[in-house]
Design a protein around this ligand. Structure first.
Ligand code: MTE
Length: 322
């Protein structure tokens, strides 16, 4: 199990104080008393040990290709990647998604395509994946809270999916929405965020070859706490852009209002490009702690992907467009 270090920024600190629901209130709002009790320690050490185990291993994915876009840095362990999560639908503490998302149902799964495109309507997950070549993309993942990981995602370019939807010339942005099922997602019963979770990308960002839809991790189907069955990875942006369990993709003319911007616009913008020179109003973004390491590292501009993506933002003031 991962030991939290004092240098960590609490999840509560990235949330508007007025709206923040503390862990106790959250647990009270959650269903499933056994799980809730385990999370609060009521069931004692045996249950807690069981509660904090990493995701079980899932089905192996076939035909995965290696990618030249992959980082060669040391991978974070399966244990790190599946027990240290941000997924407020399943709790605001890092270990809560690993406990409370265990029974989340990801089959059958429907993604609805809507807005400025020719191919609208519901699609089942099999059709979203059909004809796509799955690749292993080892990406740096940098959370706005100053922690980072190296993660071997399995996915395919979002551009392959977008082409299939045949967007019109009016489609300037893509908006993504997470499932909002309060029966399965206990976090939805607390007002910690305005649900469902929404994210967006400008069309050129969405079409960039680094931007992927993720369906797996470490060669296996994606664990629930990491956003199964389908989530986004945009490695030059802070983690909150990486929306999980996507059920809706909408092509729109106007810039979408993403959840964290809606929550606190002075702290979280639409672009969310990793930028060590632009501080968060409440903390510096110059350094980060790689999970599993003790010392802080320097944060890299665009999370180290500047050569590939800096041109997308030429002429833009990145202090204003944070
Ligand atoms: N997606 C949804 N639906 N709900 C969330 O709370 N948290 C975001 C992002 N996607 C979040 C989400 C944040 S803040 C981060 S850092 C990443 O998911 C974390 O992804 P990981 O748990 O796979 O590391």
């Amino acid at each position: 199990m991962l030991i939290k270090k004092p240098a960590d920024i609490k999840s509560s600190e990235i949330t508007d104080k007025k709206l923040y629901v503390n862990r106790r209130e959250f647990i009270q709002a959650a269903t499933g008393t056994a799980v809730a009790a385990a999370a609060t320690g009521v069931l004692g050490s045996e249950a807690l040990l069981r509660a904090s185990t990493p995701a079980p291993h899932g089905r192996k994915l076939e035909g995965i290709k290696k990618s030249t876009f992959s980082s060669d840095e040391k991978l974070n362990k399966w244990e790190d990647i599946t027990t240290y999560n941000n997924y407020y639908e399943f709790g605001t503490d890092k270990d809560e998604p690993s406990m409370l998302a265990r029974n989340f149902k990801t089959t059958p799964w429907t993604v609805t395509v809507d807005g400025e495109c020719a191919k609208k309507g519901p699609m089942n997950l099999e059709d979203v994946l059909k004809g796509k070549t799955l690749e292993e993309r080892i990406y740096r993942h940098r959370c706005v809270e100053r922690w980072s990981m190296i993660i071997p995602w399995i996915g395919f370019p979002l551009s392959d999916f977008i082409k299939q939807c045949e967007p019109t010339s009016k489609a300037k942005f893509v908006e993504f929405t997470t499932l909002g099922d309060s029966k399965q997602m206990p976090g939805l019963r607390s007002p910690v965020l305005r649900w469902p979770y929404v994210e967006g990308l400008r069309m050129d960002e969405a079409m960039h070859p680094l931007t992927i839809l993720v369906a797996g991790l470490y060669g296996e189907v994606l664990p629930n706490q990491d956003g199964a069955p389908l989530r986004l990875a945009v490695p030059w942006k802070y983690g909150f852009k990486h929306i999980k369990s996507i059920v809706k993709v909408r092509f729109v003319e106007k810039q979408p209002l993403n959840t964290w911007q809606d929550q606190a616009a002075n702290e979280y913008g639409f672009y969310a490009n990793v930028n060590p020179a632009v501080d968060h109003p409440r903390w510096s973004q110059a350094t980060e702690r790689r999970i599993g390491e003790f010392l802080m590292r320097k944060t890299l501009m665009f999370n180290g992907y500047g050569d590939q993506v800096a041109s997308l933002y030429s002429g833009m003031d990145l202090r204003r467009n944070y």
